[in-house]
Write a protein that binds this ligand. Sequence first.
Ligand code: PMT
Length: 329
Amino acid sequence: MDSKKGSKAPGSPDVEYFFNSAPPLKGRVQTSQKLKEFVEKIVRSSESGRPIRVVCVTSGGTTVPLEQRCVRYIDNFSSGYRGATSTEYSCFFYKNGCVSIIFSNFRGSCQPYCRYLPHDSFLELFDIAEDSTIKVCESHDTVVKRSIKDYRKAVEEGLLLKIPFTTIFEYLQILQMVATSMNCLKSLGMFYLAAAVSDFYVPWENMVEHKIQSTEGPLDMRLTQVPKMLSVLRKDWAPSAFCISFKLETDPDILLQKADMAMQKYSMHIVVANELANYKKEVTVVTSRGKTKVCSHGKDHDLEAELVDLLVDRHFEHIKKCGSEANGA
Ligand code: PMT
């Protein structure tokens, strides 16, 4: 059992308790070093007169382990398509070279630059030639070349940093690290929080170590509320950054009301509201100025194109506003 204890009893959605009782993030030192180098490079470019915006995109669902040596877990619905697609459109609408993306995604969820590849990628994509060399099937040649080219370009030019997570513990520790590292970028930073984050969890110290035995009968389990980190992000971790959160509901009658509430309660700049039944076809962008519907125009059209275009505009307005406030205008 972890010796570190938080300040409040389990059951209360307390931020300090969550972090103090979470298992330490594996590879924290390496991730922190990568983040530091990534952000320092951006700061250097910005100081030399080339301001670079940085978008942290979170994508995919988080899991809540039920056992410390985890066999079973609860997870949230999300394929990661929205986050991956939005990452690609962000590079496009900000124009490559003036944006860098920190893409924090659920391991195994959709990746940027891969959406045109067939799902059974490896088995479908390659052929073994007579001389035993492996080659791409002719039918997939164009999409594979394009995906590899776009992906390598993004990574080599320092436009994309990927930080994967699996559990709610990893997700929130990574979000905290990314946000505090991005704080120095002030209003040039944007958070696009599309990940479907668990609302309930089992605190590590309350979790059994070994696999829960079904021979012990029905499972009776009390889950603790995960603290919403959106307010902490806005107030403490990166107060000047531009913040967009998502609101997913299954009941259309409460969706917009819940999105309004989220905007006020967590001081979000924008909340993107979507309903599970049609989230690929329609979202509503909720801001303090009003509500705008963004729709897909057909099977081959991603609504993320219009969505990201609109958000990039709003981010530029935010940067301008913060700049004039700083100059006393
Ligand atoms: O990945 P796809 O299959 O393409 O699906 C995309 C999507 C439907 C998952 C996406 O569009 C979406 O709605 N993501 C947010 C889902 C969600 O967690 O909604 P929520 O209402 O539970 O949370 C609202 C916001 O609070 C989210 O931005 C979430 O990141 C944040 N949150 C949630 C719980 C928590 N404990 N802390 C948080 O900060």
